[in-house]
Write a protein that binds this ligand. Structure first.
Ligand SMILES: NC(=O)c1ccc[n+]([C@@H]2O[C@H](COP(=O)([O-])OP(=O)(O)OC[C@H]3O[C@@H](n4cnc5c(N)ncnc54)[C@H](O)[C@@H]3O)[C@@H](O)[C@H]2O)c1
Length: 273
């Protein structure tokens, strides 16, 4: 059984992950920490029977919780600021991390990678754990190879509660396309277009537009437009519910529990794509 610690279990995505984890025969949820609902019964909160009767612990007690519950794996879908603090504590304790939180800083990612090697604790970090979007990443590489002279634009839409923009997934799509073009993403990314004179630098090698919509309860849409003279191709992924992310997280928890290389894995690697 994989002993699992859940960070932020009251969140929209983590509630679903908690539900699936408690029901899973290979996973034993040993602890959960958050900044809210401290002392509440996790099973009651998410509406399932939890055989371990886990109570939500204060995230400020994370080290004590780790000492007492001795988890093998931690899953974190919270906010970047929290992840950057809490997952450092976890990896320093040799715990294997599955991180779905987006908008992580370069500084954190570099430090975390060093700690993964030093503490021999492999991790999964992925801005989108849905199977379909990871297949879309592959398709984007292939299309970009053939359509490097066309204009390429990325559109994403999410619920109005989302704190970061553009989405981590849109950033990853932009990076995949740039790599394929042999360009530096930061040099060619154009984030939104403002009012006034706003000429596009024609061709994806010169400019990839990235556009964000924040509205209502949209779970997560990503579209890549490949536009050439007189025609276009659209690659589109829509998450209908958070189930696809939660299923992906459970797959990542199982994968990382036995992963051999001390490195940061992507969901593409988890899925064997
Ligand atoms: N990788 C993926 O597949 C995927 C899918 C969906 C969402 N996400 C990302 O996951 C994150 C969470 O998204 P959400 O929509 O579930 O958000 P949410 O706001 O519903 O949940 C965030 C959770 O984090 C908790 N939290 C906040 N500060 C904390 C701290 N200091 N310590 C511990 N817990 C803390 C909150 O109490 C809450 O439970 C976002 O970064 C989002 O972009 C990733």
């Amino acid at each position: 059984m994989i002993k699992l610690l859940i960070l932020g279990p009251t969140g929209f995505t983590s509630k679903l992950i908690s539900k699936l984890a408690i029901a899973d025969q290979e996973i034993n949820v040993v602890a959960a920490c958050d900044i809210t609902n401290i002392g509440d019964d996790l099973g009651l909160l998410i509406g399932v029977k939890d055989p371990n009767n886990i109570k939500i612990n204060d995230i400020n007690n994370l080290q004590k919780v780790i000492n007492e519950s001795n988890p093998d794996v931690v899953v974190d879908f919270t906010v970047a600021q929290a992840t950057e603090k809490n997952c450092i504590i976890c990896v320093e304790n040799g715990i294997r991390c599955v991180i779905g939180t987006t908008a992580l800083s370069e500084e954190f990612l570099n430090k975390f990678e060093e700690l993964v090697k030093k503490n021999k604790a492999p991790a999964v970090i992925s801005p989108n754990m849905a199977t379909g979007i990871n297949i879309l990443f592959k398709m984007a590489s292939i299309l970009t190879k053939y359509l490097a002279d066309w204009d390429i634009e990325v559109l994403e839409a999410h619920h109005h509660r989302k704190v970061d923009a553009p989405s981590g997934t849109a950033m990853k799509i932009g990076q995949i396309i740039s790599n394929e073009l042999g360009s530096n993403f930061e040099d060619i990314a154009k984030f939104g277009r403002s009012r006034g004179p706003n000429k596009r630098s024609v061709g994806a090698k010169n400019e990839i537009g990235i556009h964000s919509i924040r509205a209502g309860d949209i779970v997560g849409d990503h579209t890549i437009l490949y536009c050439g003279p007189g025609e276009r191709i659209e690659l589109k992924h829509q998450a209908h519910s958070r189930e696809c992310f939660a299923n992906g997280a459970i797959g990542a928890i199982k994968f990382i529990s036995t992963a051999k290389e001390n490195k940061i894995y992507s969901t593409s690697e988890v899925l064997g794509l």
